[in-house]
Structure formats: C-alpha cells, structure tokens
Design a binder for this molecule. Structure first.
Ligand SMILES: C[S@@+](CC[C@H](N)C(=O)[O-])C[C@H]1O[C@@H](n2cnc3c(N)ncnc32)[C@H](O)[C@@H]1O
Length: 439
C-alpha cells in the first residue's frame, strides 16, 4: 500500500522494535502458509492502521440499570448537548447503533478524516495528547508543548502532534516532524500555560474542528458501564484501585471489591486465611480474568512508540508469573481468560503454548461471541488451537483508502460503505483473548 494514501505516517517505532515486530508477522510458520509479499503487506498495513483511530467507539451499556434502548436514547441526548456546546451549531445529529453481535454494547461511528483547513497559528502537543484528541478529547493544558508567541484566550489555532518527542516545552516555532490533528480555540493565554507558578490544569485548547470527530465521554452518563457480577479486582497501582472503586460506586455495584496488591503474591499457603482480602487460598475463584500488563502495541491511534526492545520484551516473564498465580487461584472446573492489547507473538500465542505445556490441567475453550480473527501462526499451536483464540487484527481488514473515503480525499460522510459488523469487529484496536478451562 503506498504510504501517501495514508492520512498519517505509519507508527514510528525504534528500529530494533520494528525489526522484532516484522519478524513476528513474517515468521517461518506464516511463510509456510502465505507468500512473503502477503505477509509483508499485512505487517505494513498494521503499521499504517495503528496510527489511525478505529472506526467506532464502543460503550458498554449498564443494562441492569436501564434498557439498551433507553440508554441509547439518553446517551444520544447527552452527546447532542455536548456537541452543541462545542460547535455552537443547532443542527446536530448523533449516530448510536446497537452492536450487531454483542447485546450490551453501543457503537458510535468515528467520523473522519474530515476536510479541515489548517490555520497559520500552530499549537504543538505531545504524541499521547495528540492520540487522545483523535479519540475525541480536548487538549488539556499539561499536554501543550508549544504555542504561538502571543497566543491569547479565544485565538483559533491548528493543533499538531509532535511525532518524535523533540519539541521542548514553551517552544515558539517548532520545526520538527508533526502531524495535524484538527483546529481548536485557546482557552488560556500562552503565559497561563507556560509561566504559571502552579502546575497548570484544565482544558487549554477546546477542539472545534477535530480531524476525526469522536464523542468525548468525559463525565457523560458515568453509570453507563456494564455489570460484572461478584468481582475481586487487584491492581498494584493505588490510583487504578481508587478508579475501580469510584466506577463501582457510580454503577451501584457493591459486589466489586478492589485491592491494591501485587498479584504475583496473591496466593497464600494457609487454607484457613480469611478470604476478605488478598492473599487468597488456592482454588478460591470460579473465574479469573488476567487482563495482563502488556507492551500495548495494539493501541490505536498511536503514531509513535518510544519503548526499546528490552521494555517490549519485559512483559512475557511478568505475564508468566501472573499466570502462575491465576491458575493457582482458580477452582477446578473454573474458567481463566487471558487477554492483552498487544500484537506480539511472545505475549499472545506463545503464552498460550507455554501455558498449555506448563499447566496440563488447562485446555483451550471456544469463546462466545467469536468475532475476532483466529490466533496467528508462529508459536507452534495447531490449527484447531488457533481457531479457539481471538486475535483482533485491525491490519487484516483495514486499508488507508477506506480511512480517507472512496475517492482518496478526506470525507465528511458519517456513513461508510463498509458494513457496520465489519467495522465493529475488524477495525478495532489490536488485542488478544484466550479462554481456558481448568480440569
Ligand atoms: C491491561 S491493565 C488492566 C486494566 C483493567 N482491566 C482495567 O480495566 O482497568 C494491566 C494492569 O496490571 C497492573 N499490574 C501490573 N503488574 C501488576 C502486579 N504485579 N500486580 C497487580 N497488578 C499489576 C497494572 O497496573 C495495570 O493497571
């Protein structure tokens, strides 16, 4: 696929990470099944699609609190209100669609790239902030790296994402590699952003013409998430645990108990241990979800990843330690789901192959719904085993031409000719799910 067809450059990786990932996608097992050209094309498509946002934003509907139709309606009203405030326009329409296969998921099309004319005043933001803008966020002041010299509240500006992390804070005329993400209006003067004694907070640029229009869920119907059942949640980061507690409270879910704890140490040897908090006795849980810390290389949109190969490769051993805990905590007859949001073999299919070898009590199970692609070749798994895995591989169904509209020009059409089910199930972030039964 020619690079110039793509609205953004391919994701920038360190050369060692690029080569490592290329070897993942062009491995011996893959080459025995498809041509070198086909494998290469899939890899190049992955690099292109990772820098673009997925086709749809998904929200889980709290169907224990209201019907799907009611939530769809209320969400539509809230988002209309939000857009009215942002664009000062009266003629607002918001499309919200039920997921064609998952009964408690609503889908909101991400519209873009839209034909937005660049302005002469430029604001540069960090790459992470730029990615957030592409997912519907405004620019928060701490993410701003550079503004015009005399930028004042109310000025119209074009916002660019700093691709190489080279823009210094407070820069006035950045000449490095950058990508346009849309136009906005300054909510602060330059001096408030860079010359204040206190750490700067709040929205710095309100996006009025983002290149990709995607609703912002900041504060929108906070109870619109999904009932999980009786859940013990562990995370070693205190802030994450606080967030889980806040979400559980907002959702009226008293059955979620969140603990700040190192999960590697979550099994105790004392069977008489009180099970209120960690560590827990072996075989205490009917189900375990190991949503593992991972290299995150499936996240979209992401135009740059600054991690080196050592960092990328550090997750496999950590995941294996967590896997040991998960298997020990699970009852016989219980279900273990392992998931990541990355595209490497070492954190996905290789982990499955390792787990099946290491824990003879585990077998792979079918998943319902099965809407992703099957697992990738390269880790020695059989075709039957690969079919039981779900690898969401956006590069398989994605083309830069689709991201631009049929004639190759940026489009304002919210309705894509690609069927909704394809966009909802294929044009996603890259992630991976394996489901095991412990016998
Ligand atoms: C993919 S995220 C899980 C996200 C979670 N499912 C959610 O919805 O918020 C992985 C999490 O694992 C946590 N983590 C990493 N190592 C850990 C450990 N040894 N013990 C507990 N949590 C850990 C990280 O802090 C991170 O929040």
């Amino acid at each position: 696929m020619p690079e110039e067809m793509s609205i953004f450059p391919r994701i920038a990786l360190k050369p060692e990470v690029h080569d490592y990932l290329r070897n993942v996608f062009i491995n011996k097992e893959v080459l025995a099944a498809v041509s070198q050209g086909e494998a290469e094309q899939r890899f190049q498509r992955l690099l292109s699609c990772l820098s673009h946002p997925p086709a749809l934003t998904c929200v889980r509907a709290s169907t224990h609190l209201a019907s799907l139709e009611e939530i769809q309606h209320r969400l539509g009203e809230e988002l209309k209100q939000q857009q009215k405030c942002d664009s000062q326009s009266e003629d607002i329409s918001v499309t919200i669609l039920p997921h064609p296969h998952i009964p408690d998921v609503l889908l909101l099309p991400v519209i873009g790239p839209r034909p937005v004319v660049q302005l002469t005043s430029e604001v540069i933001v960090g790459a992470q902030c730029g990615s957030a803008v592409l997912r519907g966020a405004h620019v928060f002041a701490p993410g701003i790296l550079a503004t015009p010299k005399f930028m004042k509240t109310g000025d119209a500006v074009s916002v660019f994402s700093d691709l190489e992390g080279k823009c210094t804070r407070g820069n006035k005329d950045f000449k490095g590699k950058k990508v346009f993400v849309g136009n906005g209006v300054a909510e602060m003067d330059r001096s408030n952003i860079f010359c204040s004694d206190e750490p700067v907070k709040g929205v710095g640029i309100r996006m009025v013409e983002p290149l990709y229009q995607s609703p912002s869920f900041d504060g929108v119907l906070p109870s619109l998430a999904f009932l999980q059942g009786e859940v013990v949640a562990l995370d070693k980061i205190r802030g994450k645990v606080e967030r889980i507690r806040q979400n559980a409270k907002a959702l009226h879910l008293d059955c979620i108990k969140a603990h700040c704890f190192n999960s590697i140490k979550a099994v105790c040897t004392d069977q008489a241990q009180d099970t209120e908090g960690p560590p827990f006795p072996p075989q205490s849980f009917d189900r375990v979800l190991l949503d593992a810390p991972c290299s995150g290389l499936g996240q979209r949109p992401s135009m740059v990843c600054t991690w080196n190969l050592k960092e990328i490769c550090s997750y496999q051993p950590l995941q294996r330690k967590l896997f040991h805990t998960a298997v020990r905590l699970l009852k016989r007859g219980g279900v273990l789901v392992y998931s990541t949001c990355t595209v490497t073999l070492s954190e996905n299919e290789e982990q499955v192959a390792w787990a099946l070898n290491t824990f003879p009590c585990l077998t792979l199970q079918p998943q319902e719904p099965h809407i992703g692609a099957e697992g990738m070749l390269g880790a020695g798994l059989s075709p039957e085993q690969l079919r039981l895995l779900q690898r969401f591989s956006p590069e398989l169904g994605w083309s830069a031409a689709e991201a631009r509209g049929e004639d190759g020009s940026p489009t304002e059409q919210p309705e894509s000719p690609t069927p909704l089910a394809h966009r909802a199930n294929k044009d996603t972030i890259g992630f991976f799910i394996a489901k095991f039964l412990k016998s």
